[in-house]
Structure formats: structure tokens, C-alpha cells
Write a protein that binds this ligand. Structure first.
Ligand SMILES: CC(C)(COP(=O)(O)OP(=O)(O)OC[C@H]1O[C@@H](n2cnc3c(N)ncnc32)[C@H](O)[C@@H]1OP(=O)(O)O)[C@@H](O)C(=O)NCCC(=O)NCCS
Length: 140
């Protein structure tokens, strides 16, 4: 895992477009790259990324994906766990994220790391319209 650079964005956006039905535009990555943005490389190839917004002791996971051709092989687990560890070391104590209600793999991963459901945002997502589950983790 390493910090995301501006020059990574074309590969990151390629994964984004294949991983999500409603992908982020490039501008959204440009704005967040200066916050907490990490990529995961395997044998020198960029295979995933995570972006978080950090304010005081709170971190919000805003985007997170692994190349769809490599799902289910432990890469998401590694990137998520390493990011949580690093964010904690940087002072984050409360973590939030939103996830599509039907996204069982992501929800399973978040629960594995202690996140629990704290609410629902009705019809939050589009293409297709779907509720978001809001999840949080508080670490003293
Ligand atoms: C969510 C995502 C990052 C997981 O990455 P991955 O590399 O496929 O996941 P891993 O192989 O590391 O699995 C880690 C954990 O996730 C959960 N998980 C993964 N696939 C799962 C599945 N099909 N069903 C249920 N849980 C699953 C499990 O808890 C698993 O831990 P375990 O192997 O000990 O059971 C990946 O599926 C992805 O990029 N999805 C598309 C983008 C996305 O939905 N991002 C999250 C937006 S909120």
C-alpha cells in the first residue's frame, strides 16, 4: 500500500468505472487526493484504492475498490485493514462510511472490522436507486 499520486488517476478511474454502476467523475478524485488516498499494488500493478476524508479524530471512508478481476482474494481485506491501522496511528478514532444495502461483500468486510449499522439514507444511491446503510466504528 502506498500514497495515491496524481499520475495514478487514470488506472484508478479505470478500476472505478469497472467496479461501480455509478462511478465518480475524475474531478472527485482530484479533490480528495490531498486528503487520505492510498493505492494497493500487486507485482507492480495498481489493483485497488481507498479514499477517506479526515476531520479532527473522524475519518469517513468515501471510496474503496479492488479491481473486479481480483475480487475474493483477500486484497480488499488487506487494503482496508492497513488503512484503518494507518488512520488510527494518524489520530482517527471514529470511522464512518455509507454502503449500498445490497453490497454484501463490502458489508461483510466492514462488519469483520467491527463496523456496525447506525442508520439508513433512503434512496441515497442512483443507477439503480437504493438505500445506503450508514456504518460506524468507534475506537477509544
Ligand atoms: C468490497 C471489496 C473492496 C472487497 O474486496 P475483495 O478483495 O473482493 O475482498 P476480500 O477477498 O479481501 O474479502 C474480505 C472480506 O470481505 C467479505 N467478503 C468478500 N467477498 C464477499 C462475498 N462475496 N460475500 C460476503 N462477504 C464477502 C468477507 O468478510 C471477507 O472476509 P473473509 O474472506 O474472511 O470472509 C470489493 O468487492 C470491491 O471492490 N467491490 C466493488 C466496489 C465496492 O463495492 N466498494 C465498496 C463501496 S462501499
Amino acid at each position: 500500500m502506498r500514497a495515491m499520486k496524481q499520475s495514478d488517476l487514470s488506472l484508478v478511474i479505470d478500476i472505478e468505472n469497472r467496479a461501480f454502476t455509478h462511478p465518480w467523475p475524475k474531478q472527485a478524485f482530484d479533490e480528495l487526493i490531498s486528503h487520505y488516498a492510498r493505492v494497493l499494488e500487486l507485482d507492480g500493478k495498481l489493483i485497488g484504492y481507498i479514499l477517506c476524508h479526515v476531520i479532527m479524530d473522524e475519518a469517513v471512508v468515501l471510496n474503496f475498490a479492488i479491481d473486479p478481476t481480483l475480487h475474493g482474494a483477500g486484497h480488499g481485506d488487506y487494503l482496508f485493514a492497513e488503512s484503518l491501522k494507518e488512520l488510527r496511528a494518524l489520530g482517527s478514532r471514529i470511522f464512518y462510511l455509507d454502503v449500498r444495502e445490497s453490497n454484501a461483500p463490502a458489508i461483510g468486510l466492514y462488519q469483520k472490522y467491527g463496523f456496525s449499522k447506525i442508520g439508513i439514507r433512503k434512496d441515497y444511491y442512483s443507477e439503480p436507486t437504493e438505500n445506503a446503510i450508514v456504518m460506524a466504528l468507534i475506537r477509544e
